[in-house]
Ligand binder design. Structure first.
Ligand SMILES: NC(=O)c1ccc[n+]([C@@H]2O[C@H](COP(=O)([O-])OP(=O)(O)OC[C@H]3O[C@@H](n4cnc5c(N)ncnc54)[C@H](OP(=O)(O)O)[C@@H]3O)[C@@H](O)[C@H]2O)c1
Length: 271
């Protein structure tokens, strides 16, 4: 099996690093192409992967072709390429659906929403496949995703909401942690901000390990931490008042953005 990656921004580079780190693929079975060649050359020097001289070359040499450009660049790119009907085309773009992809490729297509945390071989890749994806292609694809974290099949009606808690979440969590650290320093200016940040990173790591390794429910962890009549209880009361409304707004705004993107993609198709 040979895979090709077109577009080496955050997510294309992450896929190269994660596939190499996981040893699921040997470097000669990974071939990449990026509009600006320097990014491909850096990855070649670090991992020994192949560098194509065009996106078309990827389509000729790879069995699974990952399109890792921005959403509005996916269909124009695919439209320029000649891809034989048996090749598996995989888009990572938010807002581009299976049926959008099928308008440009008559063969098997899939959509995957990876997450940057897969660089550490943890995190959830959401995916959905068209009916034309063969059992062998599906199995190879799921094995690839499982090597870099958890492969979670979802239907397209939930993929946008699930994207926020899997793929947007690392950035959102970093935003929450920054706000938490800054509030700590506002309360106690003698606390150094970088010390506050590293306390939070270690705390988050330990929290994730505890939840996962001990198979604790969120409610069980809360009970362990929040001593009855103690301090944490007070903090939780504040969160119960402020967070639900904030998260509801977050989902409403990200849904609107998804809708705007999808509308622009439909305009591209209609042209
Ligand atoms: N970032 C995430 O966490 C994340 C998670 C899940 C899904 N996604 C999806 O992943 C896609 C890429 O996001 P990103 O954050 O990685 O964006 P990005 O950092 O802007 O990367 C886009 C890359 O595509 C390259 N490119 C553009 N047109 C090209 C073409 N015709 N041929 C070859 N390469 C081309 C760009 O090359 P240059 O170097 O020349 O600019 C750039 O390296 C988006 O569709 C997004 O929805 C992202």
């Amino acid at each position: 099996m040979r895979i090709g990656i077109i577009g080496l921004g955050s997510i294309g580079q992450m896929l190269v690093k994660a596939f190499c780190k996981s040893n699921i693929l040997s470097p000669e079975n990974v071939i990449v192409y990026n509009r600006t060649q320097e990014k491909a050359d850096i990855l070649h020097a670090a991992y020994g992967i192949g560098v194509a001289s065009s996106a078309q070359e990827i389509c000729e040499q790879a069995d699974h072709i990952f399109l890792c450009t921005k959403p509005l660049d996916i269909l124009p790119l695919l439209g320029e390429l000649t891809v034989s009907a048996e090749k598996h085309v995989i888009s990572v773009a938010a807002g581009v659906s299976i049926s959008d992809l099928e308008k440009s490729h008559t063969g098997p297509v899939s959509k995957v929403i990876p997450t940057v945390t897969s660089q550490e071989l943890h995190g959830v890749s959401l995916f959905t496949c068209s009916t034309q994806v063969s059992a062998e292609q599906r199995s190879e694809f799921v094995n690839l995703l499982s090597a870099i974290g958890t492969a979670q099949e979802v239907t397209e009606d939930v993929i946008e909401t699930a994207t926020i808690i899997s793929s947007s979440a690392p950035g959102l969590i970093a935003g929450i942690l920054e706000s938490f650290a800054e509030a700590a320093v506002r309360k106690s200016p003698q606390l150094d901000i970088d010390t506050a940040r590293s306390i939070l990173v270690e705390t988050m790591l330990g929290t994730a390990l505890l939840l996962k390794n001990e198979q604790l429910g969120f409610d069980q962890l809360i009970t362990q931490v929040a001593t009855k009549g103690g301090i944490t209880e007070e903090g939780l009361r504040v969160l119960d008042k402020t967070l639900p409304g904030g998260f509801d707004e977050l989902f409403a705004m990200t849904e609107s953005k998804h809708a705007m993107l999808k509308e622009l993609v439909q305009k591209q198709i209609a042209k």
